[in-house]
Design a protein around this ligand. Structure first.
Ligand code: G6P
Length: 535
């Protein structure tokens, strides 16, 4: 089968320059654009279970990472290496086989003993890394790092090594490795030790903590995590803010040399390039989802919930970084300060359960549901419930609901990108307003069309709800169109293309020592809408 090239992206500014330089300085070996791709992530694009008749059936993996990366599978010759999560995944992993996800796309599972998986995933990736990168600790009390944390770190190291070893098996095909997220921060360096010439991208989908906050981590763990990521050729982030944080954190690691202007991070034997590469949503997949029976059914149900009121919507995984409690408090304040809106608006909150094993998540979920109940009891009337909650894992329901809102609330305390902020406006049919936290990566792409709010400032968020409800029709339309245009200007294909192009550019640079020394270190942009300039 012939190799299919990804569609040429429209918005890669440096592509023409690159093409000229490619002919002047052809790369030895295959260009990254043409090479096989090997993705590594904790959660894979599919997971297996058994149906009533005992047959293995795949289902799509959940979460923002899988959604963002699904487009990568358009690439011809792609392998996806993921942790075996269900018993059936483990069975497949033990059989040593890859499963087909498309004509030339394969998924391979890494088998991890369940007690080690629990330590690596729940204790370390979720309880430590997720919390640090989203600033979730109540610092006077937590965290307390004891022997459990250090044991969890050992498990994390083992799992990262298992991934690196699995990936190294592909090295002879000279692929481009796309290593995903905080679960696998050590993989780039480990893989480079096993396959020194490997072309590696590490991409962080979450925020990256600032230098002072990251110092909460035990020193050796903090330094090893940064060194691990710095083993990649391209170290990618959703926004310039997170890229900058990484560079400032790397500057505090003794054996790394950081050039803040160019975004380069060098160790004794390797140089990595930090880049801002925001993910994109796939409009075709969303539109297809909207045509399903389930999405249509949801739309009718949500239209009924709205009735002749306005609908304020939120769609989140039920978890602390989403700032759900403050969102409810802001809504309560809005209803108290704007009594004329009582009975005229409904807040529909769609929550999907997540990481339920963590006690912090259980407590937070209880708080969210408790606040909604309290507000409903205090402000609700016979025919009106101020807040309605649906607790379900149902993406198609969310797609249906997107069509029907008058305002969408995205008030995360911190968020790498936040796909809901882009998906909602694409699918909305009422020129609904977007209330957007200033601390999400999406702010760089669509912030100028949103009603932005400091997520900690409940009064400011209440004001944003009032503004959203009262925005003149023309203004709503202008903003909604602006968001859709900005979102549609980027695709998963351009996101992947930018990463591959970055890998080729680095290799070319390493072959041009004389040119390199003559060129001043110019900061470079990958998208013109990133927060500020640089990297
Ligand atoms: C969200 C984040 C991703 C992360 C994923 C993990 O989608 O945006 O950065 O990788 O959660 O979710 P999981 O359910 O696998 O813990």
């Amino acid at each position: 089968m012939g190799r299919r090239r990804p569609a040429r992206p429209r918005n890669v500014r440096s592509l023409a320059d690159t093409a000229i330089r490619m002919t002047e300085h052809p790369l030895p070996g295959t260009s990254a654009m043409e090479a096989p791709v090997v993705v590594a992530s904790n959660r894979g694009p599919i997971s297996y279970s058994r149906d009533d008749r005992g047959r293995l059936v795949p289902s799509k993996g959940a979460g923002g990472l899988v959604t963002a990366l699904s487009g990568v599978f358009f690439h011809d010759d792609a392998t996806w290496v993921a942790a075996a999560i269900s018993d059936e995944d483990v069975e497949i992993a033990r059989g040593g086989r890859a499963v087909g996800a498309g004509p030339s796309q394969r998924v391979r599972f890494v088998d991890i003993p369940s007690d080690r998986f629990d330590l690596y995933y729940n204790e370390f990736a979720n309880r430590v890394l997720w919390f640090i990168h989203h600033y979730l600790w109540d610092v006077p009390r937590a965290p307390v790092f004891g022997d459990l944390t250090h044991e969890a770190w050992r498990a994390y190291t083992e799992v990262n090594l298992a991934f690196a070893q699995e990936l190294a098996k592909e090295a002879k095909r000279d692929p481009v490795y796309l290593v995903q997220d905080y679960h696998l921060a050590l993989v780039p360096r480990m893989l480079r030790e096993l396959a020194p010439e490997a072309r590696i991208v590490h991409y962080t989908h979450t925020p990256f903590a600032g230098a002072q906050y990251l110092r909460i981590l035990p020193t050796r763990i903090r330094q090893d995590l940064i060194r691990g990521m710095a083993g990649a050729d391209i170290i990618g982030f959703q926004s310039r803010a997170w890229a900058e944080n990484f560079l400032l954190c790397a500057r505090q690691v003794p054996d790394l040399h950081v050039d803040l202007r160019s975004g380069r991070v060098a160790s004794e034997d390797h140089e990595g390039q930090v880049r801002t590469l925001p993910v994109a949503v796939n409009p075709h997949a969303l539109r297809e989802a909207a045509t399903t029976d389930r999405a249509k059914e949801a739309r009718l149900e949500v239209d009924e919930v709205r009735g002749d009121r306005k609908l304020l919507l939120r769609v989140d995984r039920l978890e602390p970084s989403k700032n759900i409690v403050r969102g409810f408090l802001a809504y309560e304040l809005f209803l108290k300060q704007h009594k004329e809106w009582r009975g005229k608006v409904t807040f529909l909150a769609l929550f999907s359960p997540t990481r339920e094993k963590l006690v912090e998540y259980q407590t937070y979920a209880d708080e969210c549901l408790g606040e909604a109940t309290r507000i409903n009891e205090e402000l609700g009337t016979k025919g009106w419930e101020p807040i309605e909650i649906r607790l379900q894992e149902d993406f198609l329901y969310a797609v249906g609901a997107y069509g029907a809102y008058d305002a969408l609330m995205v008030n995360s305390v911190f968020d790498g990108m936040n796909l809901v902020a882009m998906e909602g406006p694409l699918m909305n049919e009422r020129h609904g307003a977007l209330i957007l936290s200033t601390n999400v990566g999406a702010i760089g792409r669509i912030g100028r069309y949103a009603l932005t709010t400091n997520p900690f400032d409940v009064q400011e968020t209440a004001d944003a709800i009032a503004a959203a409800m009262e925005l003149p029709k023309e203004e709503r339309r202008r903003r909604a169109r602006g968001i859709s245009r900005s979102v549609l200007a980027h695709t998963p294909e351009t996101w992947l293309w930018n990463q591959l192009e970055g890998v080729d550019e680095l290799r070319r640079r390493s072959l041009e020592p004389s040119e390199k020394s003559q060129e001043p270190d110019q900061p470079r942009r990958t998208f013109d809408d990133q927060i500020g300039g640089g990297y």
